[in-house]
Ligand binder design. Sequence first.
Ligand SMILES: [Mg+2]
Length: 257
Amino acid sequence: MSGWPKLKAHLKSDGVLSNNILLGLDFDGTLAPITAHPDHAAMPADTMKILSSLARRRKIRIAIVSGRSAKDIKARIGVPGVFYCGNHGLEIDGPGIRWTHAALRRSRAKLAALGCALREDLKGGAGEFLVEDKGGSLSVHYRGVSPILVPLAHKIVLKNYRRLRGDFRLMPGKKVWEIVPRLVWSKGDALLRIGRLTGCEKLIFVGDDRTDEEGFRTLRGRALTVRVARNGPSYAKFFLKDYRQVRAFLELLALRP
Ligand SMILES: [Mg+2]
């Protein structure tokens, strides 16, 4: 991966800035700093300002692609004209589209039962496990939990997850285990779908977590991909160090005529 100076040079040289762009952005760790409790995550005011200004541009469309539910992410950002894409790409709510993957509807009851079982099994831990049922996927957050408790909790999650008999898969993220329907479908597929709908010529996807790697892989050779992380193995072509560099990247896009 190449860092911010090379990404900046690439944007200027490739003519990217003159195309109609679909800009796909993850939320936690990409636009907003990661917080101890997922409910507390918020975009800094200046990032919100740039995002709102970009959303009003004629030649750019914005999609927020998150592991959160579309409803949650829409309430958290609330900028009009933006596509809110939740549950790792399984639902899209935006201008001219309100779509839910069939697997998400099929999975709801099983995930709700799994959520109840996990809350019960994990409640003996002295830590602050948070089991979040997002309607189409389930998160077990362990940020703030004593590291001593994590291996046992992982075993408990695995045991319950295995009872789902292959209909789901377990994705480790940043201090979170995500359980999602087993499908060949990623945030990248959701972005391609929005790209077709909007007729955008250039697709950009920025994400920070291991859970975004499938999206980067889907989009290989079809989009400009950026991982928010220190340089390391990734399917993304470029990297940005943190959400502050993401803001600088958005500022550059906002400078377009
Ligand atoms: Mg993230």
